[in-house]
Design a protein around this ligand. Structure first.
Ligand SMILES: NC(=O)c1ccc[n+]([C@@H]2O[C@H](COP(=O)([O-])OP(=O)(O)OC[C@H]3O[C@@H](n4cnc5c(N)ncnc54)[C@H](O)[C@@H]3O)[C@@H](O)[C@H]2O)c1
Length: 396
């Protein structure tokens, strides 16, 4: 029997104690009464939990997809049945996906919650918009180059987000996507991680834990040095191309794996992308070096034949943890979405005082999320003694 979307949302909610505690409070205080939130997010059970929380706080929510392949249709159906506008369907074509974003942008929204900046890019200067949130590195890069019409809180850069979402969330779920798509045994394989940022670090750590020999490729000398000091082999992508069994791009840059790399790869190599956009593996170049159009060898794996050497591409180079798995585990999204719920409240409360442009998430919100998460885990920590406070002040 197919899973029911409501049951799936409830499964996620049971693993999201921080968001649940925020929901209880906002349901009593109604800080979002009269506010319309436009959200462009991966339509998953965890997103369902966020949307329900915003609604509990009094908001009206319209939801569209941040990726045409990541929507869980059962979740979308259940949210619609609860009266939430959801403009998303798994596998929708690019035109329908764009239409969903445009429809939400033009629907009189006040707060924008985005993952990839597609919604903010077209709605930041619309009438009635108080501000927005952006949760991904690539999205922020784009927004920082724009002349924005409203304040945007850089949720992606919050400390809790970096540690939980990028490192632990992507670290585990990117490998989960690769394993679900291929059923590979990682032990004994050489896995090449291209990009050793927060997400790359998580993937490298988890792959090492699963028994793979991990190679890191970087362009930033500090990050490359860090990888070397953590015990990973560091080399150029060209050198790694001939060594790797599995390649994972996670840089935010286009054309990280390209023709010269494909030409050196071993027969059977597996290619996956965990970066936000499907630009990191140069698909045009891959098609160009192959003898024939790719053939589907598994539901999510296309095989490109390069004169007898076969390269296997997962999920057409789209973000692998969402396209081939279920995205981050609920325990991770608990932190991300708790941060987002508190940031929506912050924008409604004091967005007008922030000027247009990208702003950091207030430290107090970051700390509050960490505090709530520790409480949910049953962990108590120490506080500074008076003597320690005085001592530190003397050197401040
Ligand atoms: N899949 C997910 O769930 C998920 C989660 C968070 C972020 N992301 C995406 O992953 C990408 C990376 O995010 P991040 O937070 O780790 O960014 P980051 O800026 O912390 O790290 C990216 C790293 O890639 C390196 N890099 C850039 N170009 C490179 C190249 N050509 N070759 C090798 N290394 C290169 C940079 O020097 C940097 O160290 C972004 O697109 C981001 O949006 C995905």
């Amino acid at each position: 029997m197919p899973a029911d979307g409501t049951a799936r949302i409830e499964w996620a909610e049971r693993r999201m104690p921080v968001l649940r505690s925020i929901r209880e409070r906002v349901a009593a205080e109604q800080p979002l009464g009269g506010v319309r939130v436009g959200a462009c997010l991966h339509v998953t059970a965890e997103t369902g939990a966020l949307v329900r929380t915003l609604r509990a706080g009094g908001a009206e929510v319209a939801l569209c997809a941040a990726n045409p392949l990541s929507t869980q249709d059962d979740v979308a159906r259940s949210l619609r049945a609860e009266g939430i506008e959801v403009l998303a369907e798994r596998g929708q074509d690019v035109a329908a996906y764009r239409r969903g974003i445009q429809t939400v942008a033009a629907s009189g929204v006040n707060v924008l919650v985005d993952d990839g900046a597609d919604l903010i890019a077209i709605a930041h200067d619309a009438d009635g918009v108080i501000g927005g949130l952006e949760e991904t590195t690539t999205g922020l890069l784009h927004l920082r180059r724009m002349q924005l019409g409203c304040p945007i809180l850089a949720v992606n850069d919050a400390q809790t987000e970096r540690a939980f979402n990028d490192r632990h969330g992507t670290g585990q779920s990117a490998l989960d996507g690769i394993l679900r798509a291929t059923n590979l045994l990682l032990a004994g394989q050489t896995l090449v991680v291209l990009g050793f940022g927060w997400t790359g670090k998580g993937i490298a750590d988890r792959a090492r834990g699963a028994g793979a020999a991990v190679v890191v490729c970087e362009v930033d000398p500090m990050r490359a040095l860090e990888a070397r000091m953590e015990g990973f082999e560091v080399m150029t992508a060209l050198e790694a191309a001939a060594r790797g069994d599995v390649f994972v791009t996670v840089t935010g840059a286009p054309g990280v794996l390209r023709r010269e790399h494909f030409e050196r790869m071993k027969d059977g190599a597996v290619l996956a992308n965990a970066g936000h956009f499907d630009v990191e593996i140069d698909l045009e170049a891959l098609r160009g070096v192959a003898d024939a159009p790719p053939r589907d060898v598994l539901p999510l794996v296309e095989e490109y034949d390069l004169g007898g050497r076969r390269l296997n591409l997962i999920a057409r180079g789209r973000v692998v943890n969402l396209a081939a798995a279920e995205g981050h585990p609920a325990a991770v999204m608990d932190v991300s979405f708790a941060l987002q719920a508190l940031c929506v409240e912050e924008l409604v409360r004091s967005g007008a005082a922030l000027g247009p442009g990208v702003h950091p998430v207030p430290v107090a919100i970051d700390n509050e999320v960490a505090r709530l998460k520790l409480a949910a885990l049953g962990v108590e920590i120490d506080t500074l003694t008076d003597e320690q406070v005085t001592y530190r002040r003397a050197f401040a």
